[in-house]
Each structure stands twice: as C-alpha cells, then as structure tokens.
Design a protein around this ligand. Structure first.
Ligand code: SAH
Ligand code: SF4
Length: 374
C-alpha cells in the first residue's frame, strides 16, 4: 500500500525519507510542494530528480478525501461534504471576512457526546478522522478557493496574507463535526502541519480548538500543542449544563474552568474564548447571564454568544433579538468583551451546530426520554 504523505507532519515525513536513504531537505521540499503549492502529482515537483519522483510514485501518494458536494452561500460562505468512506461524509465550511478567511474543520465522523442542541450530536458517532482527512480538508479548501478565484468567483483572496505562501484560508477553527480532543493524536498531528512554516505557517493564535470541556485533555493539549482555546460552556450551573451536555457529568464546570485557567499559562492568547449557545427559555435569562458573569470572574475570558441555529426536530428554539441583546448587556456591564456570532451560510445549512454530513451511527440507539421538556 502506498503511504499517504498528507498524513505525515514534517518530522514523520523526514523519518520516512531517511528510512529510504533520502536527505531531510528532500522531505522539506516535498512537504512544501504538497501543502504550500497544493500539488499532488509527484511529476510536477520539478526540483526533484526523476529517479526520486519515480520512487515516490511507487511508494507514496497525496490523497485528500474526495468532495461529494460543494455549496456556495449568498454571503460567500462555502460548504463542502467530504467522502470519508462506507457511506460516511463530513462537512467543512469556509467563512470569508474582510480581514481573514476562516475554515471550520471537522475532527470526527459524528460525535459521541450527544449534546441535545447539536445536530452532529444527534447523529451519533462513527469514527475518528485520520490525519490526512483532517489536513485534507484544509488542503482541498485552499485548492478549491484558488480555483474559484481564477474563475472570478472568489471573495477576497488577498485578505490577510499569512504564512510563507498566501492562501485563502488564514485561520482554522476546529469547530466542525466532532469533539477534537477525543481524537487527540490525529488532531494534534494535523494542527502541527497547519502551524508548520514549511506548510501553511499559521500561527498558534490563528488555529482555535473548540472543546465541550474534556478537562484532562485540555491539560494534555497545553503540554503538547497549545493553540487558541474555545470552551463550549452553554450554562452557568452544573444542573443545567449536565442536562444540555452529558459530558458535564464527567467533568463538571469547576474542573473544566480550572483546566482552562492553567491552560492560559501556555496559551498563545491571554484569554479563553467562552462559547455560549443561547437557547430560548432554557439558558438565556438575565439571571443566567449574571450567574455566568459571576462564574467567569476568575478566568480571563471573552464571551462569544451563539444564537441557537435550528435544525429539524431539535426541540429547541432561537432566542429573540431582544433577549440576546439583554444577555449581552449584562456581560458587557460586568466587564466582559462579548460578541454575538453572526450566522453565516444558513441558506446552505452551514451555520454552527447545523453540520450533519452523513454519519452511519455505530453507537447504541439513543434512549428517547418520553416527555422530556427540551
Ligand atoms: N465539539 C466541539 C466543537 C464542535 S461544535 C464543541 O462542542 O465545542 C462548535 C460549536 O457550535 C460549539 O460551541 C457548539 O456548542 C456549537 N453548537 C452546536 N450546536 C449548535 C446549534 N444548533 N446552534 C448554534 N451553535 C451550536
Ligand atoms: Fe459533539 Fe460539540 Fe456537538 Fe456536543 S456540541 S455533540 S461535543 S460536536
């Protein structure tokens, strides 16, 4: 079987070359061809000797997941569905803004954590994505966006040029399908490629990992590869949070916030982003906003409010514009930098929490609670 070079961070690629008697700088050259120039054809790597190219063709490949569909939203957002085998698909979303292009990347096929307000969680879990499947989302997105730019369809590629070679994607958020920390090694390897100056050269501030709060793995991430961190909190107390997010029964709020506080010592930013999905009548009252402010007093943080994005049979409702404003005002008065996330790409179901892809659920069927309120 050929080795998929998209799965290898530079140190592993260097080892792979060394095992074949090839020099480290060759690995660096190939790495740059793949990630900076988006090349998958070894014959196009013109500064390599023909004999090396021939060997690479025999032993290696550059294989990203295939695109099953591509949708462009009226607001410029692009969503891809990628084929990850045997009936499974994962989604990736590109969100263009004036000064950046953000790619929302998936880490798992579905998610096992079963948050009731999340359409990925509702679908259950199939498997972790491999490194090539995670990096491949970025690799394909840059290639497609560059192709769209050539066709005159793109949105401001010149935006914020970062990295050695300017690319459409300037920021990555691990906020697609899945809980990234539960696919720890593959996500860390994939992010290492994103950060590598010989590849995409994104700084640690431009790569954000969003987690539902797997406390010990937040600490482990701090040891291994501290990127910008976002915590999905969604409730100011354990009773409500456990109802909305079953993971809270394992790692309650105090434990998660302590892990976040410790993470700040190594984080590339001096705050943690707190994500808070506003669910009408569930967690969006002014009293809950005050409780949230109290809870976050001791953690340098910025709050990102996300009005719930509906999906069929969710059982939850969008909050009113007035209640979002009132909730934000409480936090602002308490001294928190608070933003309300704009909904992007909702005409193509690309908004937060709407990513569904195609998941062949391998978990037990969900226990449906008859008469459950939410
Ligand atoms: N599993 C990780 C990352 C993926 S979810 C996490 O939970 O943090 C990315 C963000 O979208 C999370 O903050 C999640 O709570 C939020 N989200 C999930 N469903 C949503 C919905 N229906 N509307 C708005 N945001 C949602
Ligand atoms: Fe999983 Fe995050 Fe969705 Fe919860 S919100 S089910 S952790 S993807």
């Amino acid at each position: 079987m050929r080795t998929n070079l998209l799965a290898l961070p530079l140190p592993a690629l260097t080892e792979w070359f060394a095992a074949r008697g090839d020099k480290a700088f060759r690995a660096r050259q190939v790495f740059a061809w793949i990630h900076q120039r988006g090349v998958d054809d070894f014959d196009a790597m013109t500064d390599l000797a023909k004999s090396l190219r021939d060997r690479l063709k025999d032993e290696a490949e550059v294989r990203a997941p295939a695109i099953l569909s591509e949708h462009r939203s009226a607001d410029g957002t692009v969503k891809w569905l990628f084929d990850v085998g045997v009936g499974n698909g994962v989604e990736t979303v590109f969100i263009p803004e004036d000064d950046r292009g953000t790619l929302c990347v998936s880490s798992q096929v579905g998610c096992a954590l079963d948050c009731g307000f999340c359409s990925t969680g509702r679908q259950g879990f199939n498997r972790d994505l491999g490194v090539a499947e995670i990096v491949g989302q970025l690799w394909v997105a840059n290639r497609r966006l560059e192709a769209m730019a050539r066709e005159g369809l793109a949105y401001r590629l010149e935006a914020a040029s970062v990295g050695a070679t300017p690319k459409p994607v300037t920021n990555v958020v691990m906020m697609g399908m899945g809980e990234p920390l539960n696919n720890f090694d593959n996500v860390v390897d994939a992010m290492a490629v994103m950060l590598d100056d010989n590849a995409y050269g994104l700084s640690r501030r431009r790569v954000t990992l969003s987690t539902s709060g797997v406390a010990p793995l937040i600490r482990k991430l701090g040891d291994r590869l501290p990127v910008a961190l976002a915590l999905s909190l969604h409730a100011p107390d354990d009773a409500l949070r456990s109802e909305l997010m079953p993971i809270n029964r394992t790692y309650p709020i105090a434990e998660v916030l302590a892990a976040c506080r410790d993470y700040l010592a190594v984080a590339p930013r001096d705050f943690i982003t707190i994500e808070y999905v506003l669910l009408a009548g569930v967690n969006d009252s002014p009293a809950q906003a005050r409780a949230l402010a109290e809870l976050l007093k001791a953690l340098p943080s910025k709050v990102n409010l996300i009005p719930f994005n509906p999906f069929p049979d969710s059982g939850f409702a969008k909050p009113s514009v007035a209640s979002v404003a009132a909730f934000r005002d409480v936090l602002v008065k308490a001294g928190f930098v608070t933003t309300v996330r704009k909904t992007r790409g909702d005409d193509i179901d690309a908004a937060c929490g709407q990513l569904a892809g195609q998941v062949v659920n391998r978990m037990k069927p969900r226990v449906v609670r008859i008469g459950a309120s939410a």
